[in-house]
Design a protein around this ligand. Structure first.
Ligand SMILES: C[S@@+](CC[C@H](N)C(=O)[O-])C[C@H]1O[C@@H](n2cnc3c(N)ncnc32)[C@H](O)[C@@H]1O
Length: 378
């Protein structure tokens, strides 16, 4: 007799603007996305699929398990419906919990009262200890309550620390990209991990480090723990199996030429420290050098990626004009290569395109630290 699958409702948080790439990745990981919002992708799947997504997804920032959706126009309704959800199946007694609430266009709007009702309701099923995010220990469980138009959705986090925290990057420079965003952009550029990857303004090395992990087929979550591992019950047998399979498919011998350079010595020091922690020192060549002087072996052709300073402060556009021109000249000279450049200023972007003298293949815009950033692929 076929075993009936127990499907649960999940929401993957992704970089706003990069939903399509994240969706492709989730599909490749065996889940079928049935709902798309800006910054979020919903799907129904088994808990085993959620474990696989946590371990392998490079573009997902957090995976919520939606515990329930119901109408809640008043505190007693919220309390009673919350107390009917299967918290005791997931949360271990005495779990340390961080509660978060958002309310919009609803009769219940006071988030403090919403969180109190949810805490009290859960406490009737399983004793929990609620703490503030700042006091959350690594094993903390997170619960998100969203009330919109009196409709409540309560979700339990399966991930723990945000998934861009792969465990290796402890040092960052200024304006670092999230690993999840860097990975999504490398996927968007269809870099397949077999050709050289060069970042001449690498900062703390996010692009090349992510590229190395992708090329080596190293699971991004292999070195960290997840919230579900602290649940009352979880499928530890299959979790170990997923981990063993992930280790077995690693292939560091397959990593192509990876180069990161930056004119800032501190940034290169941080990038080297991160590479050491990720066990990637011998796979990435870091240099402390200006974009103008860095030597890039022209063959075989690969992908140049670059996240230059954006010039969003007053007066900095003028000072950055020469930097974008130098970068454009380097890209122009790399015959046969593709190049992916991030920018948040349309004038600097136009300058770059005019120097590269190639029609961009495609562009995508995403949210990054309150800015709209455009990525151009040449
Ligand atoms: C936005 S940050 C890059 C952040 C990086 N993607 C990360 O995730 O850490 C821009 C970097 O460009 C570097 N930079 C600016 N002008 C440069 C130049 N002319 N040559 C090389 N690097 C430069 C800065 O030192 C800085 O580290």
């Amino acid at each position: 007799m076929p075993v009936r699958k127990r499907l649960l409702d999940f929401l993957a948080v992704v970089t706003p603007g990069l939903e399509e790439v994240a969706k492709e990745e989730l599909t490749a990981l065996g889940v079928e996305v049935s709902e798309e919002h800006r910054g979020g992708l919903g799907f129904r799947a088994e808990m085993l699929d959620a474990m696989r997504v946590n371990l392998h997804a490079r573009c997902v920032g957090r995976l919520w398990l939606r515990m329930g959706r119901f109408r809640a126009g008043a505190v007693p309704e919220l309390y009673n419906r919350t107390a009917k959800l299967p918290w005791a199946r997931r949360l271990a007694p005495e779990s340390v919990v961080v509660l978060r609430a958002h309310a919009q266009r609803s009769r219940l709007i006071h988030t403090g009262r919403i969180m109190d009702a949810v805490r009290d309701a859960i406490n009737t099923l399983v004793p929990i200890k609620v703490v503030a995010e700042a006091d959350a220990p690594p094993e903390a469980q997170r619960i998100l309550i969203r009330l919109v138009d009196n409709q409540c959705e309560i979700s339990l986090d399966t991930s723990g620390a945000l998934l861009h925290r792969r465990g290796y990057r402890q040092q960052t420079g200024r304006a670092p990209l999230r690993e999840t965003t860097a990975a999504a952009l490398l996927r968007w550029a269809q870099w397949d991990g077999t050709t050289p990857l060069v970042d001449p303004m690498c900062g703390s090395g996010t692009f090349v480090l992510e590229g190395a992990l992708m090329a080596a087929k190293k699971a991004p979550g292999a070195e960290r723990r997840f919230a579900f591992e602290f649940w009352r019950k979880y499928d530890a047998y299959n979790w170990r199996r997923l981990g063993t399979e992930a280790k077995a498919s690693e292939d560091f011998g397959a990593v192509p030429l990876l180069m990161g350079s930056d004119r800032n010595a501190e940034a290169i020091k941080a990038a080297r420290g991160n590479a050491t922690r990720a066990g990637l020192t011998q796979h990435i060549n870091f240099q402390n050098v200006d974009v103008q002087s860095v030597r890039i072996p022209i063959s075989p052709a690969g992908l140049l990626v670059c996240n230059p300073p954006y010039g969003t402060r007053i007066g900095s556009r003028e000072s950055l004009d020469p930097v974008y021109r130098q970068l454009g000249a380097r890209i122009k000279a790399l015959t046969g290569w593709r190049a992916m450049v991030l920018s948040a200023d349309s004038t600097l972007r136009k300058t770059l395109v005019s120097v590269v003298k190639r029609r961009p293949l495609k562009e995508v815009e995403f949210d990054h630290g309150g800015l709209k950033v455009t990525t151009t692929l040449f």
